[in-house]
Design a protein around this ligand. Structure first.
Ligand code: GZL
Length: 345
């Protein structure tokens, strides 16, 4: 047994004793602003506890709802392989928040050595995070944040969703200030999965800005991050005869669906200002072609960065509790260049 294993053994015993001492503590109730943990600090680090030479990573994924999600899953499946020192156990929640909580409990029961959670929605996770911690399994949150006490997870890596929304809002404000549109601003807002931090952040940015800029949000409805639902919602809005000149769509797939609906209704989508999120290759091509006006970037290729954070933690380095992806926007000024490196299809 090398020193590291001995270290884990000692740490494990100390950890067990500290957790046992806290086991009787009440499970913290979830509060909107996070919570005060009843325990001091977070001291779980991924380790090869079963000595098989691999770190078994349990990935609790949202689903397969979008091009972003497919690229995100592919990023994990291609990085967390035996050649890189990992075995991947994959769980697809099919966009079902309740199923995902059971998925995580199943990963705990399987005894994986680290969990990566991309939460469908951000509520109801405290008891399960407590269970992972009590089981001595480090848990990483990726893609969508959880607004819980930082003592309940190892680290978060992913997009700054409200920041992405602010990027989109600033682009629209600058576009209007440049005189590109003289009419009143009437916005159709296609929201992502209600209760996900992706939806909450992108929605908050628009909801906070619109009143001050006298922008009218004439429709606000979830398209659940899918093309089909995005098309269905836009069809309904068209049938209602609502007057709008801007579409603020919280992901590319809903944007595709909205454009499908406009085309089917004989409405020229190029007459609308279309704002999207993510940056799939086909969406970036649509910016080049003038179908979409701007995309607020959101990087799905998180596997290698999560792997780097795990390695740093295992090496004893202090890792940041929250790390955001580097994200900007894609419009006519840079779309041709961005197309060269855009993710997905
Ligand atoms: C964002 C991610 C969102 C994407 C959607 O980090 O959670 O979920 O914007 C995906 O495409 O469905």
């Amino acid at each position: 047994m090398n020193f590291q294993k001995i270290a884990i053994g000692v740490t494990g015993v100390a950890l067990f004793l500290s957790l046992a001492a806290c086991a009787g503590d009440p499970v913290d109730k979830e509060t909107p602003g996070g919570e005060v943990s009843t325990e001091e600090g977070y001291n779980l680090v991924p380790a090869d506890t079963n000595g098989d030479g691999l770190i078994t990573l349990g990935f609790a994924q949202v689903g397969a709802e979008s091009g972003w999600r497919t690229a995100n899953t592919d990023s994990f499946k291609s990085y967390f392989v035996p050649e890189n020192g990992y075995e991947l156990v994959f769980a697809d929640a099919n966009q079902d928040a309740d199923k995902q909580k059971q998925d995580v409990r199943d990963l705990i029961a399987q005894g994986v050595e680290v969990i990566n959670l991309a939460p469908v929605t951000d509520s109801g996770w405290v008891p399960i995070l407590e269970e992972a911690k009590a089981a001595g399994i480090p848990l990483i949150v990726s893609d969508r944040q959880l607004m819980v006490d930082e003592n309940l997870y190892l680290t978060y890596f992913g997009g700054d969703m409200e920041g992405e929304g602010k990027t989109a809002v600033k682009w629209l404000k600058d576009y209007i200030d440049a005189g590109a549109i003289a009419d009143d601003i009437n916005i159709v807002h296609l929201q992502g999965t209600i209760g996900s931090t992706a939806q909450k952040g992108r929605t908050k940015a628009l909801d906070d800005a619109a009143p001050g800029y006298s922008w009218n949000i004439v429709a606000q409805q979830t398209g659940e991050f899918t093309r089909a639902k995005g098309q269905e919602v836009m069809e309904s809005i068209i049938q209602q005869g609502l007057d709008f000149n801007v579409i603020y769509s919280e992901n590319d797939d809903m944007t595709y669906g909205a454009i499908d609906a406009l085309k089917a209704a004989g409405i020229d989508h190029k007459e609308k200002i279309i704002i999207s999120f993510d940056g799939n290759k086909s969406a970036v091509q649509m910016v080049v072609d003038g179908d979409i006006d701007v995309i607020a970037e959101c990087d799905p290729l998180l596997g290698p960065q999560i792997g780097g954070l795990i390695q740093d933690a295992m090496a004893g380095k202090k890792i940041a509790k929250i790390t955001y992806s580097v994200e900007g926007f894609i419009d006519s000024t840079n779309a041709a260049e961005k197309l060269l490196t855009a993710f997905g299809s």
